[in-house]
Design a protein around this ligand. Structure first.
Ligand SMILES: Cc1cc2nc3c(=O)[nH]c(=O)nc-3n(C[C@H](O)[C@H](O)[C@H](O)COP(=O)(O)OP(=O)(O)OC[C@H]3O[C@@H](n4cnc5c(N)ncnc54)[C@H](O)[C@@H]3O)c2cc1C
Length: 389
């Protein structure tokens, strides 16, 4: 295994996290091929922030995975001596009836987290920016927060290079030739170059169907928007004065920026799955969707209406049919592992998913039971989900 050449296709959070884990496990020849550059602005991992929430309803496996993930982010933070995570806390505005809010509260309590249930009066006193009257189950979890996405990618990039890994940018893999298991895998790259590998990890984000189209994976691509508001007072909307929040499908963050410089934005979005999307296509922004999201945000945060909607970004989710990730070997060829169906919630799990993929490559005991994430689940009735031992 130590002598094997492992090539990872894609330098997003999943590809980088896999390289990081493979190198740390002692594998020496690890190369990432990235069609553009790490942290480019069409990749799903791009941007200034990602929410790290523990709230997954009664689905304890995901909450446990968040717990494991946060430990790994904190370890990386200590190693690279750079802020990757800010514990902003997460305020959830939910209802007694919804599937998630009460269930998350009980799950997290069972796990030992000091998640609080707030009355309207508590919420008004602590977070007067919010209008909560349309909600009747309010919680606040101080452990959750915001990952500085771009800093995470750059930190991993630096660390991978320091560990002896290679990152080759502007190399798009156009074809994977793996006909004979006795021959190494050949990766055709734009420009005609052929790169040879013993094992391959496909972590191509929204481009997954370009390389795995024949598999007809149950994954659809959707267009998602992020709204950036400026001209808000740091005293009212800055980190530690204002929490990250979730309200139905809407979510957002306190004022922040990338690293220590640049304008401060309150970033907010809807997690509802948008219109069908195609990678490499950047259609005009759908103003109707933006207006709807903004109007709903103004209902929760009335002062936002006076702020400036300074920037809108558009990205793609790769949504699996059951919204669980897909991590598996390619059928008929265990030399190739792929990750897809990340369904707009995988960034926080990046380091852990990289560790799980490393386990698949090394064929070691997985840190998290993998059954729920295997392709086989689409061919057999759903089992109760295993929890982390
Ligand atoms: C708008 C938005 C908001 C989100 N918010 C959150 C959040 O708050 N919390 C959370 O946990 N998660 C969130 N997510 C989910 C998370 O960001 C994604 O699941 C994750 O970043 C996907 O990472 P990836 O590495 O699979 O894909 P990507 O980041 O897209 O990386 C794939 C890379 O592969 C490269 N590539 C593709 N094909 C080839 C090829 N043939 N050859 C070479 N390179 C190739 C691409 O250029 C790209 O850089 C969000 C996602 C989006 C889009």
């Amino acid at each position: 295994m130590q002598q094997q050449r492992i090539v990872i296709i894609g330098g997003g959070i999943i590809g980088l996290s896999t390289a990081y884990n493979l190198l740390r496990s002692g594998i020496e020849q690890v190369t990432i091929l990235e069609q553009a550059i790490v942290d480019h602005d069409q990749a799903s991992s791009h941007g200034i922030s990602r929410l790290l929430r523990f709230e997954y309803g009664s689905d304890i496996l995901y909450s446990q995975m968040v717990q494991l993930s946060l430990q790994r982010w904190q370890q990386l933070e200590q190693t690279v001596k750079r802020t990757l995570y800010t514990p902003t806390g997460v305020l959830v505005l939910g209802s007694e009836q919804d599937e998630s809010t009460r269930a998350s509260y009980h799950t997290l309590r069972t796990m030992g987290y000091a998640i609080e249930r707030l009355t309207h009066a508590d919420c008004k006193q602590r977070f007067p920016q919010f209008r909560t009257q349309d909600f009747d189950f309010l919680t606040f979890n101080m452990n959750a927060g915001m990952l500085h996405a771009s800093s995470c990618l750059q930190a991993l990039r630096t660390y991978i290079l320091a560990l002896g890994g290679k990152i080759i940018e502007h190399h798009r893999v156009t074809q994977i030739n793996n006909e004979s298991e006795r021959e190494p895998i050949q990766l055709q790259v734009t420009g005609g170059e052929v790169i040879t590998a013993d094992r391959v990890v496909i972590a191509a984000g929204p481009w997954v169907h370009r390389l795995l189209g024949k598999m007809e994976l149950p994954v659809r691509l959707t267009r998602q928007y992020l709204l950036y508001f400026s001209q808000l007072s740091a005293e009212r909307y800055g980190v530690y004065n204002f929490p990250s929040f979730i309200a139905d499908d809407l979510y957002g963050f306190p004022l922040h920026t990338t690293g220590n410089t640049g304008p401060l934005y309150l970033k907010a979005a809807s997690h509802s799955f948008g219109a069908p999307a195609e990678p490499d296509e950047v259609p005009p922004i759908d103003e109707k969707v933006i207006k709807q999201v903004a109007r709903r945000l103004y209902t929760i945060l009335p002062e936002l209406e006076q702020a400036t909607l300074a920037k809108i970004e558009s990205y793609i989710y790769d949504v699996s049919v059951d919204e669980d990730f897909i991590l598996d070997y390619m059928p008929q060829d265990h030399r190739i592992v792929f990750a897809t169906g990340l369904t707009g919630h995988a960034f926080k799990f990046g380091l852990l998913l990289g560790e799980m993929i490393t386990g698949l490559i090394r064929e070691t005991q997985p840190v998290v039971p993998l059954d729920r994430f295997r392709l086989l689940r689409f061919r057999q009735p759903r089992q109760a989900s295993a929890v982390v031992a």
